[in-house]
Ligand binder design. Structure first.
Ligand code: VTB
Ligand code: MG
Ligand code: MG
Length: 324
């Protein structure tokens, strides 16, 4: 993959974030999602790549744009052949309600490297590079906490585990508290939470919980760029979901998925732009005088460069700001 692709991709997440930010707090999640999706789709047309959506907004019959199998990139592209995983708006309810943690995300890998995760639940564990390789998904929670405390050179009581606030996580939450560590609960958006666990400056040491499988693959691309580790397991809820796993090539649907099973090889590109403020990124801010500020992160696994991109957009000069 060409390194320029990373900076091209961040322009795409910026546009999707800007488009959906218009819907912040208006109680309309579908409109917010639709705005992000169509902005993202049209920006992809400007990029010199031969992309195929492997994780997107659904199958062709349910999603008009960014459906699985859709080809992306400008018409006479001769750029790299890549797999593309998108979540134009990770956190639609968040934006509708004006809550924290929404972002627009894209992960790219060489063709054939991203797991084609179906839209179902996935159990996930993510840690930063100091604890990478030391924790298994099925380790008891108290053991995980001992390992991250030791690896991150912290006392147990200073360890923070980020967990999505759901009934299904109560046993994990209880186990963390029982051990004497701290729990940071979040409402929605587990891609940002998984990444936050891999960045020392967030103070978060470990991410645990069951969330979306597509989000899991996208998180894995980011974690590969950060040198962290992730393990996962699909959680099919019925026979139909189990069959889908088997059809995608997993003879045992509940097999342990390592970081390399989620994203193969050494290269991946990840970009995200904040829509609302989160652990990782500041959200879109309307500054007045037609100026709008965005914050993004863009990273590449091969070089491990992590860039935070702050952009000031002059909306008067942006033709795609068509909602005005
Ligand atoms: C998960 C998580 C996402 O929605 O898919 C979650 O991965 C849905 O969980 O980040 P519930 O079924 O418990 O609501 C998000 O939080 C947002 O898309
Ligand atoms: Mg989404
Ligand atoms: Mg999502």
């Amino acid at each position: 993959m060409e390194r320029e692709l990373a900076l091209e991709i961040v322009r795409v997440t910026e546009m999707a974030a800007l488009a959906s930010s218009h819907w912040m707090g208006r109680g309309k999640k579908n409109e917010a999602d639709g705005a992000a999706t169509s902005a993202m789709r049209s920006m992809f047309d400007t990029i010199n790549m031969r992309g195929t959506v492997v994780i997107g907004e659904g199958e062709l019959d349910e999603a008009p744009m960014l459906y699985i199998g859709e080809k992306l990139g400008h018409a006479d592209a001769n750029g790299p052949e890549v797999d593309v995983a998108v979540d134009p708006l990770e956190g639609t309810t968040i934006v509708a309600k004006g809550h924290n943690n929404a972002m627009s995300v894209i992960a790219i890998g060489d063709r054939g490297t991203l797991l084609h995760a179906p839209d179902m639940y996935m159990m996930k564990m993510a840690v930063g590079k100091r604890a990478a390789g030391k924790i298994q998904l099925h380790d008891p929670v108290d053991k995980m906490i001992e390992i991250v405390a030791e690896s991150n050179n912290k006392r147990i009581q200073d360890v923070t585990v980020i967990i999505q606030e759901r009934e299904r996580h109560q046993a994990i939450i209880d186990a963390v508290r029982e051990k004497g560590a701290r729990v940071k609960l979040f409402g929605d958006g587990d891609v940002g939470a998984a990444i936050a666990a891999c960045l020392p400056q967030t103070g978060i040491d470990l991410f645990l919980g069951i969330g979306g499988a597509p989000e899991g693959v996208i998180s894995a691309a980011a974690i590969k760029c950060l040198g962290g580790d992730m393990q996962a397991q699909l959680k099919p809820q019925d026979d139909a979901e189990r069959d889908r796993c088997i059809r995608m090539g997993l003879a045992n649907p509940e097999q342990l998925l390592t970081l390399n099973d989620l994203v193969k090889g050494e290269d991946a590109i990840f970009a995200a732009t904040g829509v609302s403020d989160g652990e990782l990124l500041q959200g879109v801010r309307y500054l007045g005088d037609d100026m709008v500020e965005t914050h993004s992160i863009v990273m590449r696994a091969q070089t491990k460069t992590i860039r935070f991109v702050r952009a000031l957009h002059n909306t008067e000069h942006k033709p795609n700001f068509n909602w005005r």
